[in-house]
Design a protein around this ligand. Structure first.
Ligand code: DGL
Length: 410
């Protein structure tokens, strides 16, 4: 990617950006937010509605005005290439990492497609929020090091570290166990156990008991994938049971190892480690309380569960980082271009019918069979996202659950 960017410094070509855009004051630029699909809009909703700081003196405490009232946003959902959570288990981590860098470059750049033509009028961004747990797990370090190598002074915030800090700042049972619900890829990366343990360790807390379960399907079901004929509540019930079973298994192996007096505590804190899961939080809570009625499972589930949604904590971290870098947009700085922009990726029209599925997206084998290094090939393109262009399930989800986003979506 670095060589490709160096060869195209004017940002005209695919997967490049105009380096000269970063030589001026960045504070009036929008904030970029990306996810593998529409799930990251839960993070954008949290950012748009946050009011935990005083906008004038930047001190903690709400002031009745949204903390990001003066900011504008560019959102990208890489829907054509999702689920990101399944690249790791087919041995395609490198390809996923390249996709994540392409998302970053899209946000820095000016290029997108509309009505069959390439347009180059998208503003660059001053900050990148990785509103995707899987992308944070596999791409945060790559993004940070690429912006550093390129000398582009943008802020980079990922949901995982923010979620771990959120856990630290929330009143949870310090003796209870933590359950992480995420994608298969996020769990395989171990990013949550690693980040939670180091965050707690830095705060002088002991080692936590953590059990994770990665769901291969829940995010896609929530997003309305027509190829999976399971309802979200059915899948939630299966996933919660799988998490508790995994926790019971680790408890039993501790017991059979005969460690004197050692007892694995019940799950009392649940990390919603996937952007989509806060949207089914009620179903998750229902599944835990139903499962707790079964004597086999009751000892492994605490009477009361506390949920951590990294979205709100990401919004707080973004505010702090913008403030300390002096990059907050100034009040009244509105321009003609002062509006939020929403984009989605889609399969490129040039992609052969054999590589497409019934709804026009990339067919599974093609999607997960691609190799890195083809920066000359746009098999997916980024197009504007509108209320109308969204699949019905996503549209209803946003309309019902994410009102601040819905209001701003063209
Ligand atoms: N947005 C992803 C995450 O938070 C879930 C969907 C996907 O696998 O692409 O991990």
């Amino acid at each position: 990617m670095s060589a490709h960017l160096a060869a195209h410094p004017d940002g005209e070509a695919a997967f490049t950006f105009d380096r000269s855009a970063y030589q001026e004051d960045l504070s009036s630029l929008p904030i970029g937010v990306f996810d593998s699909g529409v799930g990251g809009l839960t993070v954008l909703e949290a950012i748009l509605t946050l009011d935990v700081f005083d906008n004038d003196n930047l001190q903690p405490g709400p002031d009745g005005r949204p903390d990001f009232a003066e900011e504008r946003f560019v959102y990208l959902g890489d829907q054509a290439n999702m689920p990101y959570g399944n690249y790791a288990n087919v041995g395609k981590v490198d390809y996923l990492r390249e996709l994540i860098l392409k998302d970053m470059v899209f946000l820095l750049g000016k290029r997108y497609h509309q009505d069959g033509a390439v347009r180059r009028d998208k503003p660059p961004v001053k900050a990148i929020v990785i509103a995707c747990n899987t992308a944070t797990a596999y791409g945060l370090e790559d993004i940070k090091s690429l912006v550093q190598t390129l000398g582009v002074p943008v802020i980079v915030v990922g949901v995982v570290e923010a979620g771990a800090r959120g856990l630290l700042s929330t009143e949870t049972d310090p003796d209870g166990a933590i359950g992480v619900m995420a994608t298969v890829g996020t769990c395989a990366s171990e990013v949550y156990p690693r980040t939670i343990q180091s965050t707690l360790g830095r705060a002088g807390r002991g080692i936590a008991t953590i059990t994770q379960f990665g769901s291969p399907d829940l995010a896609a079901i929530i997003e309305g994938d027509p190829s999976i004929p399971t309802s979200a509540s059915e899948q939630v019930a299966r996933d919660v049971r799988a998490l508790v079973e995994a926790h019971r298994k680790s408890a039993q192996s501790v017991q059979s190892a005969g460690s004197d007096g050692e007892r694995v505590p019940p799950l009392s804190t649940i990390m919603l480690g996937c952007t989509h899961f806060p949207l089914v939080r009620e179903e998750i809570e229902t599944a835990f309380s139903e499962l707790r009625r079964a004597p086999d499972f009751a000892p492994y589930i605490a009477e009361k569960r506390i949920y951590i949604d990294p979205a709100e904590w990401t919004a707080r971290q973004l505010f702090r980082e913008l403030a300390s870098a002096g990059l907050r947009a100034s009040a009244g700085g509105a321009r003609a271009t002062d509006r939020h922009l929403f984009f989605l990726s889609a399969a490129a029209p040039s992609i052969a019918a054999a590589h497409r599925n019934a709804d026009g997206g990339l067919e599974h084998e093609y999607k997960y069979g691609r190799e890195t290094g083809r920066l000359d090939l746009e098999d997916t393109i980024v197009v504007p996202m509108t209320r109308e262009s969204l699949p019905g399930t996503s549209r209803h989800l946003i309309q019902n659950e994410l009102p601040a986003v819905w209001e701003r979506l063209p």
